[in-house]
Design a protein around this ligand. Structure first.
Ligand SMILES: [Zn+2]
Length: 319
């Protein structure tokens, strides 16, 4: 409720309902990705790096997205340039927002009932398995499980190929929020590694089955790079500060496999450093001294890097 109360103070009455509706998924759902502010900050970094020509193309494609009107912030200025920037930034959280959207259905459920196809949508699936990759590893010699597909690696590869200035505009419009979102997800170490133990022989679902005080290990890493609440002005400020703190990568490889391999390596070296236990909600594991500082440092570095790479990727693909 604390979050609601803050929102009520920040926003005018006329937009309160809108704000509540927009944020309900973020407040009610379990962890599933970088939190919304992290996704928005990474997108703001990327947008800042786009050339004017690519910005114009991206803006044009996004305006054709069926949910373009929802891609905005209540405190964003309304001039055309700001409107376009706000849409790009808000598009970053769209793939998480549709998880609770009744117009779409969860295609990963065995009993899923497809919902009617709406104009502008190539399909009504939520694609909840596109956000991560289960790259298994073990610290107790457990037998490793195979990596399921589709996953964030297969989808990033496809999206990189599909996004081009000459592609069908409706396809690119639909691809862009996914691409913006998944480039960031692929840089989160917890979205790559899945630890297999004797207790969890099928793996820990990217840390979702490991519990630290108050949340899952997955949720812990999703929240490690940014505040949990932010407005549009705050996003731009964070993006500016983060860019000042970390320069663009010297060489950028536009190979999603490389991004995921880096994340996987970090999962093994810096995420699972607390011993063999998985903990429970009631009896969470205790994180070692210095863990929080290190997690925040790494998560922030990865998030900023993902923003830079997203900008580079779009500049190359849409030039
Ligand atoms: Zn995600």
């Amino acid at each position: 409720m604390r979050q609601y109360n803050i929102l009520m103070r920040v926003f005018a009455p006329s937009v309160r309902l809108l704000v509540i509706l927009a944020l309900l998924p973020a407040l009610a759902a379990p962890a599933w990705a970088w939190n919304f502010p992290a996704h928005w900050i990474a997108a703001a970094i990327a947008y800042q790096r786009l050339t004017p020509a690519v910005r114009a193309k991206v803006d044009g494609f996004l305006r054709q997205h069926p949910d373009y009107e929802k891609m905005n912030f209540v405190d964003a200025p309304t001039d055309p340039e700001s409107r376009a920037r706000a849409a790009f930034i808000h598009a970053a959280s769209w793939p998480d927002e549709i998880r609770d959207d009744a117009r779409l259905y969860d295609d990963t459920k065995a009993d899923a009932v497809p919902t009617p196809l709406l104009p502008g949508f190539p399909g009504m699936q939520r694609h909840t398995n596109w956000h991560y990759i289960n790259m298994p590893f073990s610290q107790d010699d457990s037998r490793l499980t195979p990596t399921p597909t589709p996953n964030v690696g297969t989808e990033l590869r496809r999206l990189l190929d599909e996004i081009s200035p000459t592609a069908d505009p409706a396809t690119v419009a639909y691809d862009l929020p996914w691409f913006i979102h998944l480039v960031a997800d692929s840089h989160n170490p917890i979205h790559a590694g899945s630890r297999v133990t004797k207790d969890l022989p099928m793996g820990d679902a990217n840390g979702s089955l490991v519990f630290v005080p108050g949340k899952s290990l997955h949720g812990y890493w999703d929240d490690a790079a940014s505040p949990k609440e932010i407005n549009y002005a705050g996003i731009l400020k964070y993006a500016k500060d983060y860019m000042a703190q970390q320069p663009p990568p010297v060489s950028s490889t536009l190979n999603p496999k490389t991004w995921l391999d880096e994340s996987f390596k970090l999962a093994k070296s810096d995420v699972y450093t607390f011993g063999p236990d998985n903990g429970t909600k009631e009896k969470p594991i205790t994180l070692p001294p210095g863990y929080a500082q290190n997690a925040q440092k790494i998560a922030k570095q990865r998030l900023i890097k993902s923003g830079y790479l997203l900008g580079t990727a779009l500049n190359l693909r849409l030039r």
